[in-house]
Ligand binder design. Structure first.
Ligand SMILES: [Zn+2]
Ligand SMILES: [Zn+2]
Length: 284
């Protein structure tokens, strides 16, 4: 598992296409996909499943069961509504196999159906362009700000207005981080809260010129599409995940680097490091 920061948010995760993808934000108790349910994510209360492909979703039953085993409250799985019943069925079958059910909430959601995470924090799902029922998610902080026209008022004056039922605050949304999940380019890039995200975790699966057709067929992002992503999120720190094993990671990084404008270099990073060097000294 990698540990990195993205715009000051701690990211703990692992992501290689076809193998395993699991990306946790421990300080928000939110995890995008569950991979094979590594130990590091069991204590996270909310798993947002992007879609049903095995490398993203296989660990669901294990995640829910391990929470009971280690004595934490049942977990919650947020997933596209069309998959919720199937995952519940899977949990029921595991309950039959094991002789006891693993508690946990499977919450089916659709495009733009907000899920409160805690006071002042919500998850907003949105449709992406991968297999049917795929969702991306944006983590949004919600604050109430005093309307400018009331700035000069004293505490008691504000209380008096509130009592009269005057709306004295504006609701302000701050999109902290968006995770696309698996997707090709799509209309989700036009969503206002995606464009205003301060951080973006985005897949870029393919890098070689001859992998264009694979990207199209599997509805994934190819490095040639990447400029469009960066244009859509001008203010975001961007982290690349879900790279293919078909291209050496060092080569992939070089190829992406070549496509970036100078001013974008500092805001793009990869979750995964290059594979450990064979002759690397072991540091104590
Ligand atoms: Zn995938
Ligand atoms: Zn997929």
């Amino acid at each position: 598992m990698m540990r990195k920061k993205l715009n000051d948010i701690e990211i703990v995760g692992f992501s290689l296409a076809g193998e395993e993808t699991v990306i946790a934000l421990p300080e928000y108790s939110v995890c995008f996909d569950v991979g094979r349910a590594p130990r590091e994510i069991i204590s996270i209360d909310n798993v947002c499943l992007t879609h049903g492909h095995m490398d993203h979703a296989a660990g669901i039953a294990y995640y829910l069961s391990q929470r009971t085993f280690v004595g934490v409250a049942p977990g919650r799985v947020i997933v596209h509504r069309s998959l919720a019943q199937l995952i519940q069925k899977l949990m029921d079958i595991w309950g039959d196999i094991e002789g006891h059910p693993s508690p946990g909430q499977i919450l089916g959601v659709e495009h733009l159906e907000d899920v409160p995470i805690r006071r002042g924090l919500l998850i907003r799902p949105f449709t992406v362009n991968h297999i049917g029922s795929s969702l991306g998610y944006t983590l949004i902080e919600v604050r109430n700000r005093l309307k400018p026209e009331f700035h000069g008022l004293s505490g008691p004056e504000i209380v008096a207005l509130k009592k009269k039922g005057v709306k004295i605050e504006d609701r302000v949304e701050i999109p902290l981080l968006t995770h696309t999940g698996d997707t090709a380019l799509g209309r989700f890039l036009d969503l206002d809260f995606v464009q205003k995200s301060q951080a973006l975790i985005v897949e870029c699966t393919f890098f070689d010129a001859e992998h264009q057709s694979r990207a199209r067929a599997g509805r994934h992002i190819h490095v040639d599409d990447f400029a469009k992503i960066l244009e859509a999120v001008p203010d975001a720190q961007v982290m690349v995940v879900h790279t293919t094993r078909r291209t050496d990671l060092r080569a992939a990084k070089r190829i992406l680097e070549r496509t970036l404008k100078n001013e974008d270099r500092a805001r793009v990073s990869f979750l995964m490091d290059r594979p450990p060097h064979r002759h690397k000294r072991i540091e104590s």
